[in-house]
Design a protein around this ligand. Structure first.
Ligand code: HEC
Ligand code: HEC
Ligand code: HEC
Ligand code: HEC
Ligand code: HEC
Length: 326
């Protein structure tokens, strides 16, 4: 009962805040101030190309070619167009929303998937966000046909790219403390001087597991709905860290590339056989013994002791969380 009263009170307080906040927001709207309080850009994109231009990621490859190559092969580069994502997000947009929840496709609903699968969509106009959703539906329904291929090609420009991690999601693990990410700045582990290519801001957050957990965990939508697409962070905290595990996601998934000496951006996981092998420990125990004569039927000589063994195999999970995930 107490909790219910508290909730009621909170909602009363909230509606008060909303009442006061509303006229202000309207004024801001007139001044063309972005509605997104965390926005680093003030202009909303109306096409996918405009959206991609905001990030200007093409130039990253010029100076960081090895990291770009690794990233391009990683699952982060196909977080919108991997066959699993297209199908799953299509099901949410074309079946879940209209049929199960009877809701229209809006940007707020689209962000329930893309805040993690392609965070840049936060800068899309309402119209573009809905268009992106329609492209996902076409890409799935018209798979292998010209219209589907065209939609998929457009969508493949969106992903979890350099700026997603090095700017958009770089301060959100401690937004209250760090504020919104600074426009155009690159957040990195050392703040290395880039000879004027970009402002670099040193942040310890990017070296911590929470950096990854904000996407490999739960998303709380502004309307209160919680989306959990994978359970990995839960088992990392509850089964790995609480049992004394001390390695971070980066320690295991971003080992240094031996050629470049830089942290690898391949980020292998369950699709990588070597990584899967690393995650599995096999311990086999043999216990030898002999059966008493006459106890086992059908052996060659049932008057003699029969050599036997008990084999016990232990499959150990050496990953920092439950496997497989999903
Ligand atoms: C909190 C961040 C987050 C949100 C929100 C989110 N996802 Fe995901 N999603 C992930 C991550 C991280 C993975 C990769 C999980 C893994 O491999 O363990 C993933 C994987 C998937 C996969 C499997 C992809 C594959 O290649 O097999 C599907 C399907 C999927 N998500 C659908 C959705 C849908 C539909 C929504 C919206 C309703 C959504 N996701 C919202 C983070 C998120
Ligand atoms: C004109 C060259 C140039 C371009 C373009 C460029 N960088 Fe850099 N960047 C550098 C140099 C030089 C350094 C310092 C040496 C190093 O760490 O590689 C650096 C360092 C970094 C670091 C490490 C920062 C740290 O704290 O250790 C990150 C992360 C980074 N760049 C990301 C990016 C991203 C993302 C882009 C594209 C938006 C980009 N860079 C574009 C030259 C460039
Ligand atoms: C902006 C959100 C986001 C952030 C931040 C993020 N990831 Fe991911 N990651 C994803 C999504 C989405 C996928 C799934 C792509 C797909 O399958 O379509 C994924 C896939 C992966 C995979 C591949 C899984 C497989 O099935 O093989 C690994 C490993 C991974 N991420 C590790 C990390 C690590 C380590 C970090 C932190 C350094 C991190 N991720 C940060 C969103 C994110
Ligand atoms: C999924 C998140 C993610 C994506 C995507 C990503 N990075 Fe990083 N990057 C990191 C993290 C985390 C670190 C720091 C790891 C550490 O030091 O523990 C890092 C480190 C770096 C460094 C410093 C490496 C070193 O060892 O000195 C550079 C340079 C860099 N990233 C550039 C890029 C570029 C360029 C891209 C796009 C091609 C990119 N990153 C995409 C998460 C990401
Ligand atoms: C002690 C090392 C270790 C730590 C710590 C660790 N991982 Fe893993 N992770 C692994 C190994 C090994 C695998 C491959 C095992 C498998 O998928 O069968 C793996 C698999 C994955 C996968 C693919 C899962 C699947 O089912 O395909 C994702 C995504 C992932 N890790 C993300 C993370 C994130 C995010 C963190 C931090 C919250 C993290 N890992 C911490 C070792 C680790």
């Amino acid at each position: 009962m107490k909790a219910v009263t508290m909730l009621f009170r909170t909602s009363l307080i909230l509606s008060c805040i909303m009442l006061f906040a509303h006229p202000l927001a309207a004024q801001e709207g007139k001044k063309k101030v972005s509605k997104n309080p965390h926005a680093v850009v003030t202009k909303e994109a109306n096409t996918i190309d405009e959206l991609v231009d905001i990030l200007d990621e093409k130039k990253c490859a010029e100076c960081h070619p090895e990291i770009y190559k690794e990233w391009k092969e990683s699952w982060h580069a196909k977080s919108v167009t991997s066959p699993g994502s297209i199908k799953g997000i299509h099901n949410f947009l074309a079946i879940g929303l209209p049929k199960e929840w009877k809701k229209p496709i809006t940007k707020a609903e689209v962000m329930k998937c893309y805040d993690c699968h392609a965070p840049v969509i936060q800068y899309a106009s309402e119209k573009l966000a809905v268009e992106i959703a329609e492209k996902v539906i076409t890409a799935h329904k018209e798979k292998d046909k010209p219209a589907g291929k065209k939609a998929e090609k457009e969508l493949s420009k969106l992903n979890v790219g350099c700026v997603s991690c090095h700017n958009l999601k770089a301060t959100s693990v401690a937004r209250g403390l760090r504020g919104a990410p600074k426009k155009g700045a690159i957040y990195g582990p050392t703040g290395a001087d880039s000879d004027g290519a970009h402002e670099t801001i040193k942040t310890v957050d990017i070296t911590r597991s929470v950096m990854c957990m904000q996407c490999h965990g739960k998303y709380k939508a502004p309307d209160g709905e919680t989306i959990q697409c994978n359970t990995l962070s839960g088992s990392f905290q509850n089964a790995y860290q609480s049992n004394g595990g001390t390695e971070t996601c980066q320690d295991c998934h971003m080992e240094k590339n031996s050629k470049t000496g830089k942290k690898s951006h391949l980020m292998p996981g369950g699709h990588d056989l070597d990584m899967v092998k690393k995650g599995l420990g096999l311990k086999v125990n043999f216990a030898q013994y002999r059966h008493l004569p006459g106890k086992i039927k059908g052996v060659k000589n049932d008057k003699a002791w029969v050599p036997s063994a008990v084999v016990t195999a232990f499959v150990e999970n050496k990953a920092g969380h439950r496997i497989p995930d999903g």
